[in-house]
Ligand binder design. Structure first.
Ligand SMILES: Cc1cc2nc3c(=O)[nH]c(=O)nc-3n(C[C@H](O)[C@H](O)[C@H](O)COP(=O)(O)OP(=O)(O)OC[C@H]3O[C@@H](n4cnc5c(N)ncnc54)[C@H](O)[C@@H]3O)c2cc1C
Length: 476
């Protein structure tokens, strides 16, 4: 039967039901891959929208609106004849093939694809879960932006004595840490002049802490050194070979007991599965990721797949990036269709298309297969074009293009930040109240989920580098 005649859920008990959990890169690729299959597809996500994580740092630094990086899941699924259900997966009965949502609803499935992503890993660092900001969700980015802008505002002569300072620490010298620190450096040096003309940039300190001996570890040495130089040029204080032992509301404590003032500490040091995943009863490996075999089926399960950041094939781990997530989503969809047709699954193999990371205006690094590497304006334009291409929705592309053009073309003329509200007037900038808003979902927030999950992980204690080079995304 052709996909065009697929029946509606209620009337189609005989048609296999595929549930996909998570509407990120992996889950949406699976939806697209099943468009023509003779199945009913339900995709469940706790949010109404899919988040484009690669541009969250632009939201956090006031370059983009939150809506620019969010796309309604229903807008994606309806033309692909899938059903979107807002919900939070809470448990599974793999014998009865039923998924239970947090609000008590239950759904039966014939095939299940888990694509629920990951969240922050704190590696057991004391105070990190409570006293740092994350950058995994749209809500995280908004909270961080509001705290950054409130910090600047309090420095301005009207609100302070003109002598106070603002120290921001970014933990983790992977791509997220580098792009955030670089953009914060530019904010301080150039962009904020227009918005907060009375704030002397020398009163703002941007620090990037990394436990490894270099930034962007997965990249070629020349590109790493270029990155370091570009960050230094943006006034970022880079601390390599530096391990954080504890995070307090207004300071980070290093392994050697040095205390560094830090009014805002952003955690970009690594990822792990949220703690709630343990309740699903699926086998978990390093950092709590769900263990899969070579065809992406969960170990010990013949009808459950796990894909994207949450999945781990211990024999052939894929990088936790958009491109592997997309490729895995397509492959899992194809495998479901093959199983329904009585055919065997096909093993997954990641096709590496290259990696890129951006540092700031006209500064990025690109590393393609066969040793092709470039930096500077060309790399930055490639990064920009790629991200615009991969954003979901024409409106988002246009608004992002306009907002980023305004930020980078109107360079130095000021006034081009999207400011937020002061989230905690009169409170400590890193006050705990703001933290609880920053979860990866509607439930209770990623802070608590990810925190304890990571604490039980076997990763070394310290400010680990997020091993997350930027992959060249391909058309979805
Ligand atoms: C700040 C940042 C910048 C990044 N930049 C880049 C980049 O430039 N290039 C690149 O290639 N990669 C980048 N990445 C990594 C990339 O975003 C991830 O690898 C990719 O999003 C993984 O896709 P996924 O589908 O597995 O998970 P996600 O995209 O995280 O999607 C998971 C979805 O599952 C939902 N969900 C979670 N739990 C539940 C539940 N219990 N019930 C229902 N729904 C649930 C979530 O709401 C979410 O929508 C970046 C990541 C971050 C955090």
């Amino acid at each position: 039967m052709s996909g065009a005649t697929r029946q509606q859920p209620e009337a189609a008990a005989a048609v296999p039901h595929v549930i996909i959990v998570g509407a990120g890169f992996a889950g949406l690729a699976a939806v697209a891959g099943l468009k023509k299959a003779d199945v009913r597809v339900t995709i469940i996500d706790r949010n109404l929208y899919s988040t484009f994580q690669p541009l969250l740092y632009q939201v956090a630094t006031g370059g983009l609106n939150p809506g620019d990086v969010a796309y309604p899941v229903g807008g994606f699924t309806t033309p692909r004849r899938a059903r979107y259900l807002r919900g939070d997966l809470a448990g599974l009965d793999t014998q009865a093939r039923r998924a239970r949502l947090a609000d008590g609803r239950e759904l039966g499935y014939d095939y299940l694809i888990v694509a629920s992503g990951v969240s922050a890993a704190y590696f057991g660092v004391q105070g990190a879960a409570e006293n740092t900001f994350g950058l995994y969700t749209r809500a995280d980015a908004i909270v961080l932006r509001d705290h950054i802008m409130a910090g600047f505002e309090r420095l301005s002569a009207g609100n302070g004595d003109g002598t106070s300072e603002l120290a921001i620490t970014v933990v983790g010298g992977g791509a997220t840490g580098v792009e955030l620190a670089g953009t914060l450096g530019e904010l301080r040096k150039v962009v904020l002049r227009g918005t907060f003309p009375d704030v002397d940039p020398s009163r703002v300190h941007i620090r990037l802490v990394e436990m490894a001996p270099a930034l962007l570890m997965p990249f070629n040495e020349r590109l790493r050194e270029y990155t370091r130089r570009q960050l230094v040029a943006r006034g970022v204080d880079i601390r390599l070979n530096t391990t954080i032992r504890e995070v307090r509301p207004s300071a980070v404590i290093l392994d050697d007991e040095e205390v560094l003032r830090s009014d805002l500490t952003v955690w970009a040091a690594g990822v792990a599965a949220p703690e709630a995943v343990a309740k699903w009863g699926l086998p978990q490996g390093k950092s709590g990721r769900i263990l899969v075999g070579e065809d992406l089926r969960v170990q010990g399960q013949d009808r459950i797949f796990a894909i994207g950041d949450i999945a781990l094939n211990p024999d052939k781990p894929s990088p936790q990036l958009a491109q592997p997530a997309i490729q895995e989503g397509k492959r899992a969809a194809a495998s479901v269709a093959r199983l329904i047709a009585g055919q065997p699954t096909v093993p997954f193999s990641y096709h590496d298309k290259g990696t890129m990371a951006t540092i700031g205006r006209r500064a990025a690094v690109v590393e393609l297969p066969r040793g092709v590497r470039f930096t500077g304006t060309l790399a930055w334009l490639a990064w920009l074009a790629l991200h615009l291409t991969f954003l979901l929705g024409g409106r988002n592309r246009v608004s992002t293009l306009i907002n980023l053009s305004w930020r980078y073309i109107d360079w130095g003329h000021g006034g081009n930040v999207i400011v937020g509200d002061d989230p905690a007037a009169g409170e400590d900038l890193t006050g705990g109240g703001a933290k609880s808003e920053t979860g990866s979902g509607a439930e209770s927030g990623a802070k608590s989920e990810a925190g304890s999950g990571a604490e039980s992980s076997s990763e070394p204690v310290g400010a680990g580098q997020e091993l997350r080079p930027r992959v060249v995304l391909s058309a979805r």
